[in-house]
Structures are given as structure tokens and as C-alpha cells.
Design a protein. Structure first.
Length: 502
């Protein structure tokens, strides 16, 4: 199979996975809200966020392991591949012991500090049920999933994930319709996702002749602890809001957060999907062409990400409250219309996407150790500000903490790569921020007089289309003024990526 075909299949699988994840993500929480209430929905969301710490190694160590596999896979050096696989499995098994201990502690402690009306057994048993699928990947499938991804066969795992999500969504809808308890619904979900790593491992073992008895004379995976350290900080950042709300606020506030984050995070994942394959691209450019050629390609990529992010999240800011109003209609135990919080959580995710080009470049250059302190500072800012503000400002307080933390590291990354990797001035980045602000302000001013209340999804879609035309036109005019040459470079860049290989 050619590289281009692998890349096409991976892109198709990634896009399909995003779509079914978003659809499932909107369908199931709505059913949880209407059938079990906001407190149960908040409890499930809170437990899932606490168990999110189990995934702390995936993007950190996983990225480092994947980078170590590129060359031996290209050379078909199965001896070196075996060493990396064995080292990776040993590392994840050690990590799994720590994570098992964390889950056990959560089982006993979480029910005691959560502000909920549910008893200890109800909450603890739900933790146990939800943890099954999260834990399976570390004991069974993590290393082999990384191996397939490094060999551009990640589409196998992604298509399996798509099938699992569709199956889980269908069965969950049926179980909820027949009024099964939430524990039964989540247990069935866990069992469905448990089969994914089991099947994936069998496929990988069939494709690669891995020698599990190979002797390691030295560590084949460099910087794995640095990668883990960076991702620990990232997981803390992503989970701080719900943890702080669980401890210092109420599960109903967690439910409100989960509903708005469902929308904002879905848009973030769509924007993130644009970056598929760019890390390898920039890693290759830095290694073969040096900073000069990399600067040229990165400038185009940077503009694409800023422009698309502002358009996507500008639209989200305008449409998220009308959407949530329809989505939560009939749920009366909590006030879900929260305009200020909606704007702030949208802004936080927009800043996260704006920094994607810069964080990708840091990883492509392998600067894990050099930048890990910024990850810890980001986490400290988020925790400190969120805890300080949550009691008096609730949801708004944790959103402000997230914005300040992400903004700090966005600025840090942009300045760092310009100085230490691309060797250019950071003024271009601040010009992007100015144009981003002008574009977002134009969206707001041009739609200010348009009524945003909608009675159903059909009216909401028509409103979205109207806003889409206005925002696209405004973005096009402003960018033609400031980035005319870059626009044509971007068109050429996209055409070259789409052109069939000769």
C-alpha cells in the first residue's frame, strides 16, 4: 500500500471518527439528561474526567514511542522495532500499576468528597464500571496502537473505533429507551470498547514479527519521561475545570459545563483534524531542508489555522447558546442558558486551537525537555485561578482560569519556536492575533441586530447558514487586506497536497 493511499485512508478514518464521535456525543448526553436528570449526567461527566487521568500517557509517551519507531519501520528493522515495543510495554505496565492505584483510591475517596445525593455504593460502582474500558488499553493495546499509527496504519484502529462508537450508541439508545439503570448502560459501553484493544493487538501481532524475548542493552526510547511529564501537565489542564467544580461546586454545575464543553470541544476536535500529518511533515522539513524552507511552509500553515479557528469559534460563540437552549429544552432542574460562560469556554478552546501550529512545531523538533516547564506553569495557573474564583464565580471562575493558562502557553510556544526553531521574529504572530481580534469583532458587529432565538433545529440551521455567509465574507475581506499573498500561497499548498502522486 502506497504512502498516499495510507494517508488518504487515515484522513478518511479520522474524519469519520470525528463525525460519529460528535453525533454520539450529542445524542447520548441528551438522553442522559432527559432520562436520568442533570445530577446523574454531571456525575457521569465528573467520573469520566477524573478517570481521564488514566489516559495521561497516550499523547505524551505515545508520541515519543511513535517517533522512535519511524526509522526502524522504514528500514524494516524488526530487531529495533522489537526493542522499542518491549521497552514500551514494560513502561506502560509500570504506569498501569500507578494508575490502578489511582483508580482504587478514587473508588474509595471520590464518593466522600462529592456533593451529591447518591450513596457510596451507587457512586463507587459507577466508577468501577466506567473505568473498565479506560484501563483495558494500557494492559492490552496501547503499544500496538502506537505501532500501527507509526507505520501509517492508524486507520485500522480508527475504523474499529468508528464501529465501536456506532454500536455503543445504538445499544445505549435502546437500553435507555427501555429504562435500564445508568450502571447497565455504562457497563455495556465499557464491554463494547474493551474488544477494541483485544482485536487490535491480534492484528498487530499478525503483521509484525515481534521478538518479545529480545534483550535490551540500552534504552531504545529517548525522552519518554519528558514526554510523559508534558502530557501529565496537559491532562491536568484538560481535567482541572471538572475536578474543581466537583470538589468546590455542584454536580449540576458539572452538567452545565459538560453540555457547553460538548459543543466547544467538538469544534476543537474538528479544527484539530486539520493538523493530521503536519507533525511528520514539519519534522521531515526540519531534518532535510532546515529552518528556511520550514519557515515558508509553516507561515502558510499558521495562517490557515488562525483563519479557520477564528471562523469556526466565531460561529460557535454566536450559535452555542441558541443550540444549548434547544438541546436542553424540557430539562428544568438546572438553568442551562449561561451566555457569559458560553463565551468564555468558547474563547478558551479557540486559544487552544490557535496554539496548535506552535505546539506541533515543538513536538516535530523534539523539544520536549526544553519546554516542559511551561507545561507545569500552565497547569499551576489553571488550578490556582480556578480554585480562587470558583466559590464566588462558579462556572465563570473555572473558565477564566482555563483561558489564562492556555493564553500563557500559547504566547510561550509562539515566542519559543520563532526564537529557537524557526529563527525569526515573533511580530508575525502578534499580527495574527490582531487580525484574529478584528475578524472576531466584525462577526459580532455584523450580526448584532439579528435575532438569535430559535424554536427548533431547523430554525437553528437556517440561522447558522445566515451567520456563516456573513462571517465568511467578513473573514475573506479582512484577510485579503492583511494576507493577500499568503492566501494564494495557501491555495497552492492545498492544491499540492491534493495532487495525485506521479
Amino acid at each position: 500500500m502506497t504512502r498516499k493511499k495510507k494517508a488518504l485512508l487515515t484522513s478518511l478514518a479520522s474524519f469519520s471518527n470525528q463525525i460519529v464521535t460528535i453525533v454520539s456525543g450529542f445524542l447520548l448526553p441528551r438522553l442522559f439528561l432527559t432520562h436520568y436528570g442533570s445530577e446523574v449526567n454531571g456525575l457521569v461527566s465528573s467520573i469520566a474526567q477524573f478517570l481521564g487521568f488514566i489516559t495521561l500517557a497516550e499523547c505524551g509517551v505515545g508520541t515519543v514511542v511513535g517517533s522512535a519507531l519511524y526509522k526502524p519501520l522504514a528500514d524494516k528493522n524488526y530487531g529495533e522495532i522489537s526493542k522499542i515495543v518491549v521497552s514500551s510495554e514494560r513502561f506502560f505496565k509500570k504506569l498501569s500499576v500507578l494508575l490502578f492505584s489511582y483508580t482504587a483510591a478514587l473508588f474509595f475517596l471520590y464518593p466522600t468528597f462529592t456533593n451529591t445525593s447518591f450513596d457510596f455504593f451507587y457512586t463507587a460502582s459507577l466508577i468501577l464500571v466506567i473505568s473498565i474500558s479506560s484501563f483495558a488499553q494500557y494492559f492490552i493495546g496501547m503499544t500496538y496502537r502506537i505501532l500501527l499509527n507509526a507505520d501509517q496504519l492508524g486507520f485500522i484502529s480508527l475504523f474499529m473505533q468508528v464501529a465501536a462508537i456506532i454500536l455503543n450508541t445504538g445499544i445505549s439508545i435502546v437500553l435507555i429507551h427501555f429504562n435500564y439503570p445508568v450502571h447497565t448502560v455504562k457497563l455495556v459501553s465499557s464491554l463494547i470498547f474493551l474488544f477494541h484493544p483485544i482485536i487490535l493487538t491480534r492484528i498487530a501481532k499478525h503483521l509484525y514479527p515481534i521478538d518479545k524475548k529480545i534483550v535490551l542493552t540500552e534504552e531504545p526510547i529517548k525522552q519518554k519521561w519528558n514526554g510523559l511529564a508534558q502530557h501529565v501537565a496537559a491532562v491536568i489542564l484538560n481535567n482541572t475545570d471538572v475536578v474543581v467544580l466537583t470538589v468546590f461546586s455542584t454536580l449540576k454545575n458539572v452538567s452545565i459545563y459538560a453540555v457547553y464543553n460538548l459543543v466547544a470541544n467538538g469544534v476543537k476536535n474538528l479544527v484539530d483534524s486539520l493538523t493530521s500529518g503536519t507533525q511528520a511533515l514539519f519534522g521531515n522539513l526540519l531534518a532535510k531542508e532546515g529552518p528556511e524552507k520550514t519557515r515558508e511552509v509553516f507561515g502558510t500553515f499558521e495562517w490557515i489555522m488562525h483563519t479557520f479557528t477564528v471562523f469556526a469559534f466565531g460561529m460557535t460563540a454566536l450559535l452555542i447558546v441558541p443550540f444549548v437552549s434547544i438541546y436542553t429544552r424540557g430539562v428544568t432542574d438546572v438553568q442551562y442558558v449561561q451566555p457569559l460562560f458560553a463565551f468564555l469556554i468558547t474563547l478558551a478552546q479557540a486559544f487552544y486551537c490557535i496554539r496548535l501550529p506552535y505546539s506541533i512545531m515543538v513536538v516535530a523538533a523534539g523539544h520536549y525537555k526544553q519546554t516542559q516547564m511551561s507545561a507545569f506553569i500552565e497547569s499551576i495557573i489553571n488550578i490556582a485561578v480556578s480554585v480562587a474564583l470558583v466559590i464566588n464565580f462558579g462556572l465563570v471562575g473555572v473558565a477564566v482560569g482555563t483561558i489564562l493558562a492556555i493564553l500563557f502557553r500559547t504566547l510561550y510556544f509562539a515566542i519559543y519556536i520563532n526564537k529557537n526553531i524557526l529563527a525569526k521574529s515573533s511580530l508575525g504572530f502578534f499580527k495574527h492575533l490582531l487580525v484574529d481580534f478584528l475578524t472576531a469583532a466584525s462577526f459580532y458587529l455584523l450580526t448584532l441586530g439579528i435575532p438569535k432565538e430559535t424554536a427548533n433545529y431547523g430554525e437553528w440551521i437556517l440561522l447558522a447558514c445566515k451567520f456563516g455567509v456573513i462571517c465568511f465574507a467578513a473573514s475573506a475581506v479582512i484577510n485579503l487586506i492583511f494576507y493577500r499573498k499568503t492566501i494564494f500561497d495557501a491555495i497552492d499548498f492545498i492544491k499540492s497536497k491534493a495532487r495525485p502522486a506521479s
